[in-house]
Design a protein around this ligand. Structure first.
Ligand SMILES: Cc1cc2nc3c(=O)[nH]c(=O)nc-3n(C[C@H](O)[C@H](O)[C@H](O)COP(=O)(O)OP(=O)(O)OC[C@H]3O[C@@H](n4cnc5c(N)ncnc54)[C@H](O)[C@@H]3O)c2cc1C
Length: 408
């Protein structure tokens, strides 16, 4: 006996899980399939990263019933200070230039996963199938049939690939993707420090790439904490990761300086190879790609998840409207609307982010001069600075309803 749903989503990460919540709370029937055990995803060992949640994403999380569970884990970003190695020129973004709202929030990925699964378990229109592998799927004119490794079958009008950067569904659908390797590795850890961070996020550009210090909530055991995203040359990263805690903490101090007093690494260290990827299309018959399955970007601007959740907001709006009008959810007309809304927008942001990484991970003297003068100039141009801040907050462009904080 197969389960019959409107939408089957493969990949229950932060993107797939949020899409499932948005659709199910609007009354669509959904099956969410993930090969990882949800309980394992809540452990520090699974993912030690934090994510910078833009202001618009925060509104989506409110509208999908996630935010109340995240409040104790979310540290507001009040200021962002961008500096270039030893140069005295810098760029300073202050949230008060735009009003009362913070520029965004820093939240641990595993706190988001925990909140998501708690939210999903309260939604009747949704079934979560995990841990289980997708064995095969067949696309037919009237729908898609999925067979899971436990032998069960799911029939759906639409299949959504939210299976991450290495998406098997994207490959199986024959969708090519433009991609390259940055030759950089992101080293991620949590840093305990003597002085409070006061909600300031720092991004310091070093020859190997950006070194970000992101404010986290205080912890009863470790006290003041910040999350580190340290971009290192791929060849050097293994040696850095192998350092003792004392030597690793010394390297953190050397890169960041005395701003927060004495610093030490707390907990584990993680590493992520960095690459660019953009799928040539987000849609095929009865298939839509969302999140990292569609695009993978450098974390320099902290936007990968934010744009993945923009995909979610647009696709959910398109599908809920189609359902109300009695349209076929997997039809080309419905899916084309999603693709038109998101792909070009993502292409622009991916290109800008790629250029930023080139500009700031470069030690050529003329390039250094160009970026330092550029940063100092932007710092003095209040309207331009406000525009950049509004972009980082995700409040520019044609926003889907969830990103405006409205229910579907
Ligand atoms: C160092 C670093 C820092 C970052 N910082 C930020 C930030 O500050 N702000 C920001 O917005 N973004 C940030 N990002 C990007 C962000 O982490 C990603 O964009 C986001 O996690 C992508 O989520 P996803 O759900 O699309 O994919 P994933 O998190 O990869 O989830 C994919 C899911 O699919 C499941 N899956 C895969 N294949 C199958 C299969 N065959 N069958 C069943 N299930 C399957 C997996 O188990 C997983 O649960 C950062 C990235 C890095 C590397």
């Amino acid at each position: 006996m197969s389960e019959r749903v409107d939408v089957a989503i493969v990949g229950g990460g932060m993107v797939g899980g949020t899409l499932a919540a948005a659709l199910a709370q609007a009354g669509l029937t959904v099956a969410l399939i993930d090969r990882a055990d949800p309980a394992a995803q809540f452990e520090e060992a699974y993912d030690g990263r934090t994510v910078a949640i833009a202001h618009a994403t925060h509104r989506l999380m409110q509208a999908t019933g996630l935010w109340a569970r995240l409040v104790p884990h979310a540290e507001p970003i009040l200021d962002i200070r961008v500096s270039d190695g030893l140069s005295l020129l810098f760029l300073h973004y202050d949230h008060r230039d735009l009003g009362e709202d913070p520029l965004g929030y820093i939240v641990e990925n595993r706190a988001i996963r925990r909140a998501l699964f708690a939210r999903l378990s309260g939604l009747d229109a949704l079934s979560v199938r995990a841990p289980v592998d997708l064995e095969r799927h067949i696309v037919m004119p009237e729908g898609v049939v999925l067979t899971l490794a436990d032998g069960s079958e799911i029939a759906a009008s639409l299949l959504v690939a939210a299976d991450g950067s290495d998406s098997a569904l994207r490959r199986l659908a024959g969708i090519a993707s433009t991609q390259w390797d940055y030759g950089q590795t992101a080293i991620v850890c949590t840093m305990g420090h003597e002085r409070p961070h006061r909600g300031v996020a720092h991004e310091r550009f070093l020859p190997a790439g950006p070194f970000a210090v992101l404010p986290m909530t205080d912890d009863p055991v470790h006290g003041h904490r910040s999350s580190i995203v340290w971009t290192e040359k791929k060849a050097l990263a293994p040696a850095m990761l192998a350092l003792s805690d004392a030597d690793f903490s010394l390297e953190l101090h050397r890169r960041f300086g005395p701003w927060l007093g004495a610093v030490r690494v707390v907990g584990g260290r993680w590493s992520y190879p960095l690459r660019f990827a953009h799928a040539e299309t987000y849609i095929k018959p009865r298939l839509a790609l969302v999140g990292d399955a569609a695009h993978t970007m450098h974390p320099i601007a902290g936007q990968g998840l934010n744009i993945g959740l923009r995909d979610v907001a647009a696709l959910a709006e398109v599908l809920v409207e189609a359902k109300r009008l009695g349209l076929d959810l997997g039809s080309p007309a419905v899916l084309e609307r999603y693709q038109r809304w998101r792909r070009f927008d993502n292409q622009v942001l991916l290109s800008v982010t790629d250029s930023l990484n080139w500009l700031f991970s470069n030690d050529l003297p003329p390039v250094r001069l160009l970026r330092d003068v550029g940063m100092a100039a932007v710092n003095r141009m209040a309207p331009l600075k406000r525009l950049f801040m509004r972009h980082a907050m995700g409040v520019v462009g044609e926003l889907p309803r969830l990103l405006r904080g409205e229910a579907l």
